[in-house]
Design a protein around this ligand. Structure first.
Ligand code: ADP
Length: 528
């Protein structure tokens, strides 16, 4: 049996009439399958066993009739078309048949109508079935959408009519705004806004903007309990198929927490900015002070030294041993003070007299430094070993000062039983996100290692402070400014300096400085 062909259930006690009916149907071009039932029992059982697409029922069958057959068929299949076929049917009976729900009726004398009537009935039944299917699908999809919108908790989804009155309200809206759907539906959506916003005409403007398509905003809203909160809002106009405005969809999200976090961050940034400015100002003041003080102190000091020496020249012969000692101590103290002032000046100049950064070949700088330190190397019978150090963007003079202090210390703080060996090496570190800019940046790590007397690592912080020394002045010359200057230079280059050491086992000074890939290429050329 072909499943596409309609199946027709025929109730007709006369088999010749049933055959006639089928012939008429075929004549009308209808391809079908059929079940012929001559009376009530087989008809009802056929209805029970399968679903026909149409019923052709003789109006009067012994012990049964067309109207009862119609009722039985409709009880089982409410939408099934039923065509009554009758030998003779009066007008009243015909009307009664149609009122009873028959799709149509055909007189046996006019059986030629049966084909077209059946075709039309089947067609209509198909259309009805199709419409019902579409309606069901629509209803199901509406229901799914409703459940979906209803189930959204984090967003308030509100439908408004064309004038802005609330037409639907989801659980998210109830949770965020506090009104139940019974309370909200029918109200104007301006209840969402604080009175001043409402008075300024903002809600009306939102509707106008949304009517043009879509409007987004971040604005303060008001809850049922009058508390305020910030919300992210999207409002869209909804049009029907003909393009007429049907209303608006308003979707809101409570962003109070984000807003608070943003405000707190902005406040923290402003505080930090203010603090940085205060710090910069105070640093500048301090540097100006250090510079002016050390600069202005030089003149009277020079006079003390000069006049002390003149006194020594003129009156040297008349002075007794104690007086000569006083004078010598005074002159050497003034000399020490001059060195201290020079160091202080050098310290303040790291920032006040900084030069613009240029590409500096650190290998060349270290070689110059070694040549400056030639005498110390010779006196100590020491050795400086240089590995490969790249080019970087830096203040050339300050780089010289940095390596002079560190290599100089490596030679100076050597063990009496062991000639100093100072090694300078470097390696490029894996790129990391720098704290200052958050950008990915490479660093070069420079290591200055010695085999000298070392120091107690608990004193690490102290050695980088101005005028701090761990070892005696008589054994090791110096004023304790070298490492303070080194730290300032490194920080001026956005780098870091630290050290590792153990008394008696040498020291390693570790410097991290910003490094660009382009520096490397240039340096490779320089090394060759
Ligand atoms: P200075 O060399 O004039 O004493 P620095 O600021 O360069 O001043 O160093 C401060 C102190 O740190 C030194 O006095 C010394 O005690 C210690 N120090 C610095 N470098 C070394 C080193 N390579 N080995 C051991 N101790 C060191």
């Amino acid at each position: 049996m072909d499943n596409d062909q309609p199946h027709i259930l025929i109730l007709e006690d006369n088999d010749a009439d049933a055959e006639l009916m089928k012939r008429e149907l075929r004549k009308a071009g209808l391809a079908f399958t059929s079940t012929w039932t001559p009376g009530k029992v087989p008809f009802l059982s056929a209805l029970e066993n399968s679903q026909p697409d149409l019923v052709l029922a003789d109006y009067s069958v012994p012990g049964f009739d067309g109207l009862s057959a119609l009722t039985a068929a409709r009880q089982r299949f409410p939408d099934i078309p039923v065509v009554i076929v009758s030998g003779a049917i009066g007008e009243e009976l015909a009307i009664e048949t149609l009122k009873g729900g028959a799709t149509d009726y055909v007189l046996k004398q006019r059986l030629d109508r049966l084909g077209p009537v059946t075709l039309r009935a089947l067609q209509e039944a198909n259309q009805i079935a199709e419409r019902k299917r579409v309606e069901n699908a629509l209803r199901e999809s509406d229901e799914r959408l409703r459940l979906l919108i209803e189930g959204i908790h984090d967003y308030a989804i509100v439908m408004l009519d064309t004038r802005g009155y609330i037409a639907s309200w989801n659980t998210g809206a109830e949770r965020i705004l506090g009104w139940t759907s019974e309370e909200a539906i029918g109200q104007h959506f301006s209840i969402f806004y604080p009175p001043q916003t409402e008075k300024s005409g903002t809600p009306r403007r939102f509707l106008e903007l949304a009517a043009e398509g879509r409007h987004e905003d971040q604005i303060q809203h008001v809850r049922k309990d009058r508390s305020l909160f910030w919300a992210d809002v999207v409002m869209c106009a909804i049009h029907d198929a003909a393009g007429h405005l049907r209303g608006y969809a308003k979707i809101m999200r409570d962003i109070s927490e984000r807003k608070q976090a943003e405000d707190a961050l902005a406040q923290a940034n402003a505080d930090l900015q203010a603090f940085t400015e205060r710090l910069q100002r105070s640093n500048r003041d301090l540097e100006d002070f250090a510079f002016i003080a050390s600069h202005d102190l030089q003149e009277p000091l020079r006079k003390i030294k000069v006049f002390g020496q003149r006194l020594q020249d003129h009156a040297g012969d008349h002075l007794d041993a104690e007086e000569t000692d006083f004078l010598e101590r005074m002159i050497s103290a003034s000399q020490r003070m001059k060195t201290m002032i020079d160091e202080l000046l050098a310290y303040s100049r790291v920032t006040t007299k900084a030069q613009p950064f240029e590409r500096v070949d650190l290998n060349a700088v270290v070689r110059e430094v070694i040549s400056d330190l030639e005498i110390q190397v010779e006196l100590t019978q020491g050795q400086v070993i240089i590995g490969e150090i790249p080019c970087i963007e830096a203040d050339r003079y300050q780089m010289h000062q940095l390596f002079l202090n560190l290599i100089g210390n490596g030679l100076k703080f050597h063990r009496l039983d062991l000639p100093p060996v100072v090694q300078v090496s470097a390696r490029i570190l894996e790129p990391q996100h720098t704290k200052a800019t958050g950008r990915l940046g490479s660093m070069v790590e420079i290591l200055i290692e010695d085999n000298g007397i070392g120091f107690d690592i608990s004193q690490l912080e102290r050695i980088f402070k101005p005028f701090e020394r761990l070892h005696g002045k008589s054994e090791y010359k110096g004023f304790g400014m070298g490492l303070a200057i080194c730290r300032k230079i490194v920080e001026h280059h956005s780098g870091k300096i630290t050290a590792k050491s153990q008394p008696g086992f040498g020291s390693s000074f570790i410097i991290d400085l910003p490094y660009q890939e382009s520096d490397k290429l240039l340096n490779e050329k320089t090394i060759i």
